[in-house]
Ligand binder design. Structure first.
Ligand SMILES: *Cc1c(COP(=O)(O)O)cnc(C)c1O
Length: 456
């Protein structure tokens, strides 16, 4: 193995090709992993223990000089590419002027400009307002605060397989016990979990999932909570950590219609789906949904921590002056990054790129399903794609062991790929939207090789 020459910087100038110069993880990553286990709390996990050195486009270079293909984007964050030139320039310019004042103490233009951009880009042409925070969980939590303040109601409706974050309120809203919730309760009250229209696992067939699940949800809300007690229905238009579940046809529109009739606020958690990931600026657009409130984060700022709640002006303005905020919310450096990233999403037509990624990848994933009995379902939209792995041969029991074996085989071959799902049996693809076609296809070849190695 040759000794690697390390790149001087990341960004789109990095050679866009796989290059393995050590085993994965290499010796430098293994040394860092040893330091990590002596210094970092065990509860913070790691999907793939290679330590990052530089990244850009669709490539991540590790500390051993391996250039890996990135199908993770840091969990749907670096859609515009890691260290994108425009984002780096905007951050440099801002960080050299001031790093922080606290928007609640002495405000600055960048925060206002990000809110203007969100008000313009989110679905619906009604008057809107936005507020900025740091993380997706904080955005979802604030959306609930705002909805309760605006409606004077307490109850919040959420769904099976939902993921909304790791704070106490958002853990109550998140579905999965292990590893997210176990040992961390008690959780916040007045959170009501509903069935989700999960087409692949709907007992009467995928085509009935949307309508039948919506009917059941509406019955439960009316009969068991009381529609008049519900402040908000919070839903991911395509579920993220839950396994990239695209709700059955008609599910979201019927729920949105029911919410509007009952004065329940429809809150879209677009933390993972937003900013062109699914082939539209926001996933709600695929079904013509105009949410009352929308929570965004991940893809908003090219890798800098920032999140937002955007919604109808009269709802957003319900909380009292001083009722919303936080020391770092809408940090000026993160806002500068967001303005550059949003400009890139629009000017480079990254929604179009996301659709192209879907068009290239879906046929290959379907071919995988045709070859391997263990691929029970192929789903997703745009550049948010997944395969669900099952025992096969007519048995749709989830197969988490095979899923982690395939993921590990991908990792050894130099492909960063993530798993998901309540039963840990979903492989999910979240390539940066700027990933070149050839690199995407090379990554899909690795996935296919990993299946050939591990699957029936
Ligand atoms: C990641 C995620 C969150 C939480 O965001 P953090 O920034 O990790 O707090 C909330 N909702 C969805 C749909 C997510 O994917």
């Amino acid at each position: 193995m040759s000794s690697p020459s390390m790149p001087e910087r990341g960004g789109p100038g990095l050679p866009q090709a796989l290059r393995l110069v050590t085993e994965i993880p290499g010796p430098r990553s293994r040394a860092l992993a040893a330091r990590r286990s002596a210094a970092v709390a065990r509860g913070v996990g790691a999907t793939m223990p290679v330590y990052a050195y530089a990244a850009g486009g669709g490539i991540l270079v590790d500390v051993d000089g391996n250039a890996l293909i990135d199908f993770g984007s840091g969990i749907a964050v670096t859609g515009v590419g890691n260290a994108a030139d425009e984002v780096v320039a905007a951050v440099r310019e801002q960080v050299g002027r001031f790093t922080h004042t606290c928007f609640m103490v002495t405000p600055y233009e960048g925060y206002v400009a990000v809110c203007e951009a969100l008000n313009r880009l989110t679905p619906g042409d009604h008057e809107k307002r936005s507020a900025l925070f740091n993380s997706g969980a904080e955005a979802v939590e604030n959306a609930v605060k705002i909805a309760r303040s605006a409606t004077g109601r307490d109850a919040v409706v959420v769904f099976e397989h939902a993921y909304h974050g790791r704070t106490n309120l958002t853990l109550a809203m998140t579905a999965k016990a292990m590893p997210y919730k176990a040992g961390f309760g008690p959780f916040a009250p007045e959170i009501h979990r509903m069935p989700l229209a999960y087409p692949y696992r709907w007992p009467t067939g995928p085509e009935h999932a949307g309508e039948q699940a919506a009917t059941r949800v509406i019955e439960i809300i009316r009969d068991e909570i009381g529609a008049g007690a519900v402040a908000a229905l919070v839903i991911e238009p395509i579920q993220g950590e839950g396994g990239f579940i695209v709700p059955g046809h008609g599910f979201l529109p019927r729920l949105a219609e029911f919410c509007a009739a009952e004065g329940i606020l429809f809150v879209a958690d677009e933390v993972q789906t937003g900013f062109a990931r699914t082939g539209a600026m926001f996933a709600c657009e695929h079904e013509g949904i105009v949410p009352d409130l929308i929570a965004t984060a991940k893809g908003i700022a090219g890798g800098m921590p920032l999140s937002a709640v955007t919604g109808r002006a009269e709802i957003m303005d319900a909380p009292q002056v001083g009722g919303l905020g936080g020391t770092y919310g809408g940090n000026p450096v993160a806002c500068a990054a967001a303005l550059a990233a949003i400009e890139l999403v629009e000017s480079a037509d990254l929604a179009g790129r996301a659709r192209r990624i879907g068009e290239l990848a879906l046929p290959r994933l379907r071919a995988l399903a045709a070859r391997h009995d263990a691929v029970g379902d192929v789903r997703g939209r745009g550049a948010m794609l997944a395969v669900e792995l099952v025992r096969g041969g007519g048995d749709d029991t989830p197969d988490p062991a095979l899923t982690s074996a395939v993921a590990a085989a991908c990792h050894r071959r130099g492909l960063i790929v993530l798993t998901a799902g309540t039963w840990n049996n979903v492989l999910r693809l979240l390539p940066p939207l700027v990933m070149p076609d050839e690199l995407l296809l090379a990554g899909l070849d690795i996935l296919s090789g990993a299946f050939a190695e591990c699957a029936r």
